[in-house]
Design a binder for this molecule. Sequence first.
Ligand code: IPD
Ligand code: CA
Ligand code: CA
Length: 261
Amino acid sequence: MNSTELIKTAETAARLGAKCLLDWVDKFQVSEKGRADLVTDADFASQTAIVEHISQQFPSHHMLGEEGLAHQEGESDYRWVIDPLDGTSNYVHGFPYYCVSIGLEFKGELILGVVYDPNADEMFSAFREQGAKLNGKPITPSQIPSLDQAMVVASLPVGTSAQDIAVKRFLRVLPEAQTVQRTGSAALNLCYVSAGRIDGYWSSNLKPWDMAAGVLICRESGGTVTSIEDGSYSIEIPSILATNGTNIHNELQTLLAEPLF
Ligand code: IPD
Ligand code: CA
Ligand code: CA
């Protein structure tokens, strides 16, 4: 299948989803899937628009989406992995750091990713072995060489407690990095590493749809993506460490993976 056709489909689907997000601002109802784990009308509307567009173009492809979507009828080598709104808490509070994230696997390998931020009108995209782009222009990670000069970002689980491993890891990095942030969108964080706006990002608790697109974008930009614990990586496991590929990766891995007690 032709990469241009796949990218065009993904980008159009992401824009259609994002239009739903903007249309629902000031109108949406919020409910809680768990404590502080929010979902709105906008999440569902965006997913519906994305799925409709992709399935018109590629009816046989499989799909996995955060809002209860698991389409896998018949045989297909392709699986789209969709987060119709990454950063729902930000969306609910009007904090303009959220996006639509759409990844594509072929025979279990990531081959395409698009992440669209409708507030900034920024489309991050990548296709395997073709590099990563922002609004059509190539992007690369920063060259900051060490953690003491770096701005890094962590995701903590929604509704986290002070005893959570993720909080302990966060506290470990705090005194070692120049700046540590928590921003609320895993997909955008991965794109920000790719574009050199932050130098590293990690989380212990992500789902495939949070990461699929951003991981490919980050790898294609020249960044390094592994699990927190070792050099392996899969979107099916919740642990991720993505950096600009300098010694910051080793420094963060050493701090984060150390036994906790
Ligand atoms: C969340 C965001 C957040 C991360 C959470 C995710 P959602 O996704 O990516 O940064 O910390 O683990 O669940 O719920 O806004 O799609
Ligand atoms: Ca998400
Ligand atoms: Ca979501």
